[in-house]
Design a protein around this ligand. Structure first.
Ligand code: URA
Length: 230
């Protein structure tokens, strides 16, 4: 059970200061009883606002099919933000939702977003070595030696202190490949190819661990079941 004013502010409905007014203006109920006292304690899952449950009362964990042109940042100075694809109210939540890892502005595909900080740590922890699968297009024909190089576990990228963990490269045709990484260094896929003189011309993440896009269209998102984080 939590104070009503805390629930309303943490879910982005109003600040704690305005909770009293919010309760006057909106029909907030639990089990049919109208709530008017911000300090009363209730379960957020039992609360209705004008007959509707709270937005994601138990937290946000979603999969977005990220379109090109959006950045994984909260800073509007960085350009169009992926968070513009969600309800404005999400940015008033506490904790505010964040991306689990990042995709570059020009990368498309599987992007996970949550407001559960434990879940973020769990899914980006290098110890867990969660698969990240990418579909890559490059500017010139690929050569088989890259398969060994990517798998070697000794590929050192500039300004890194440790080599890349072994990665699986599958060449699908002259200029296309699938890469599976178990870590997420900054611009890693582009830098791995660049190390061998290739420019990545298209990059799409097709899988993050068990999560894939299915038939989700670009710019659309779906709710996922929140995993246990304890
Ligand atoms: N590697 C990259 O270079 N860019 C991405 O967006 C993701 C992985």
């Amino acid at each position: 059970m939590e104070r009503i004013d805390k629930i309303l502010s943490n879910h982005g409905y109003c600040t704690r200061k305005f909770a009293k007014l919010f309760l006057k203006d909106f029909d907030v109920t639990v089990n049919g009883t109208r709530l008017l006292e911000p300090s009363d304690k209730v379960n957020s899952v039992d609360m209705l606002i004008n007959g509707e449950p709270l937005d994601h009362p138990e937290g946000i964990f979603i999969l977005l099919n990220k379109p090109k042109g959006y950045v994984c940042s909260h800073d509007i100075a960085d350009g169009r933000l992926v968070f513009e694809l969600f309800p404005d109210q999400w940015l008033s939540r506490n904790p505010v939702p964040s991306t689990i890892g990042r995709l570059d502005k020009d990368t498309t595909g599987v992007l996970l977003i949550t407001d559960n900080t434990k879940l973020i740590h769990m899914l980006i922890s290098p110890k867990r070595e969660i698969d990240k699968e990418y579909q890559v297009s490059v500017d010139k024909p690929l050569t088989d030696n890259l398969i060994k190089e990517f798998a070697s576990g000794s590929l050192m990228l500039e300004k890194e202190l440790k080599p890349c963990l072994p990665a699986t490269l599958t060449i699908t045709d002259a200029t296309h490949a699938t890469v599976v990484l178990h870590e997420g260094k900054y611009h890693q896929v582009k830098r791995m190819f660049s190390h061998f003189g290739y420019t990545v011309t298209e990059l799409h993440r097709s899988r993050f661990g068990e999560y894939t896009l299915g038939d989700l269209a670009e710019g659309e998102w779906i709710d996922l079941n929140m995993p246990e984080t304890a």
